[in-house]
Unconditional design. Structure first.
Length: 131
């Protein structure tokens, strides 16, 4: 028996992602009282659990969205990833926000078409993201 199955969380945790890095779409961000504290909670479209936002993830979404106004985040696509982070002197898995992986489309073949244009290298390099 897995103890995490005995005490499931209604909020997203790193272990919920397994080895996946799903792309999700923000449905809304709402303030919720958790343990006596007011916290921002990000809700996603579909069957994903909501994510309690910490400063790191809220800042990452702000950078991707180009605005700190959470009302403007609706419809924004994000990729959820697991990262090892230090918290109170111990390493833990944590959910982090990343830019969604761009969808690559196969080039249409045509005898009239010239060579395919090179994609914009700046847009394709996710490792250049500031978070």
């Amino acid at each position: 028996m897995n103890i995490n199955d005995v005490f499931p969380s209604k909020y997203l945790r790193a272990r919920d992602l397994d080895d996946d890095e799903p792309t999700v779409t923000i449905k809304s961000v709402e303030m919720t009282t958790l343990g006596g504290d007011r916290r921002a909670v990000c809700y996603f479209e579909g069957a994903f659990k909501p994510l309690i936002l910490n400063k790191t993830n809220a800042t990452a979404i702000t950078q991707i969205a180009g605005t700190s106004d959470t009302d403007e985040w609706e419809g924004l696509r994000l990729r959820l990833v697991v990262a090892r982070v230090s918290y109170q002197g111990t390493m833990h898995d944590a959910v982090r926000i990343a830019v969604p992986t761009p969808v690559r489309r196969a080039a249409k073949s045509s005898s009239k078409a010239g060579p395919a244009a090179d994609p914009d290298p700046a847009a394709a390099r996710e490792e250049d993201a500031p978070f």
